[in-house]
Design a protein around this ligand. Sequence first.
Ligand code: HSE
Length: 443
Amino acid sequence: MNSESAKSIKSQSLKIGICGFGTVGGGSYNLLQNNGEEITRRVGCAIDVVRIASRSIKSGDVASAVKISNDPFDVVNDPEVDIVIETIGGFEPAFEVVRQALANGKHVVTANKALIAERGNELFAVATDNAVTLAFESSVAGGIPIIKALREGLSANKIDWLAGIINGTGNFILTEMAEKQRQFADVLAEAQQLGYAEADPAFDVEGIDAAHKLTIMASIAFGIPLQFDKTYTEGISRITPEDIGFAKQLGYRVKHLGIARRTDNGVEMRVHPTLIPHKRLLARVDGVGNAVLVHGNAVGSTLYSGPGAGADATASSVVADVIDIARQKLAGMNKPLLPALGYLSKHDDLEVVSIEEIESEYYLRIPVNDVVGVLAKISSILQGFDISIEAVIQKELDSKTVPIVILTHKALEKKLNLAVAAIEALDDVSGEVMRIRVESFED
Ligand code: HSE
């Protein structure tokens, strides 16, 4: 850049305030510093961080020109700040910080999936009333630009379904358990150390984090309001190395998926462990990697994969949102170009289908006493509920209790539940039946 053009660009600089300086906030600050010149060349103006609020920040952590404090409202009420980056996480004070920033006419970029999934409907209304952007690319799948893909790249399609590995911590745990036979707790501790896990790791392992992300993607894919409370959520904490081993024998990998599908009955939104044929690309996404497979009625299947958590990957999406807003401002647009959730006129009448009404294939692991006739009784119960068997494994073990593993053909979940209850009531069934849904994702 020659010095004249650099000076004219500098004179138009946009001012950023950051609320929260943990993994993602710190990563976003560093990325804006490290790639500042490249970003300025792309955008046509400098993007300067002028204020940061964090409970733990100290002078010396950031450039001396940046004002620091521990009150996020110092940032959102600072007239100099154009764009607020919210990386505090959680609901309070994050909700009020974002609401106040939007009400003050500032654009907001947030990485806060819980906030968008559970209170996004309210916050987007505030953004619309104030003609500002509330951007949230980093809230889903870390560094993968999946919001942009769904909202812009695929906007000519009716989306039929999407399925994603959208929790890096969970995928890291399942991968390490499958490949290195490591213990669940040990891998979780490593994910926490690496900055992947949520402040409360139950959000990762019980599927809540994935349900937040699925809620956001489903809203954009199908043009429905955000409905986190209707998303069926099941985590990975009951998956055992034994299940991973049986799945492998049957030609499957166990992945924790978020699945959203449009059916004749409405929209399915569900997060649960899933057996996927090992030859599918999705089954081969390992470690902290995320991937989302989207099926549109015109394009067919498209797959988006990349790092789903961590400072730099998430910052990549945060800063991309900042750049979009900067470009919009420099183009003189006085209101956002895109509806935040992709639709100007939503499908408010599309119902969310209850989990009992879905159809799936199932993996069942049934602990039984090793006596003659038990498999026949189980088969007869399944048959009574119109559930047919695709494959069976019965292992000879040096013990009185042996697992019978069954793969079923497609069945209605409501009937499967009744069959499982009847199987568990058999005298020779010695414990709870483990049930994992199976998806093949054929076109
Ligand atoms: N805890 C989340 C994960 C962080 O592991 O995917 C990124 O949203």
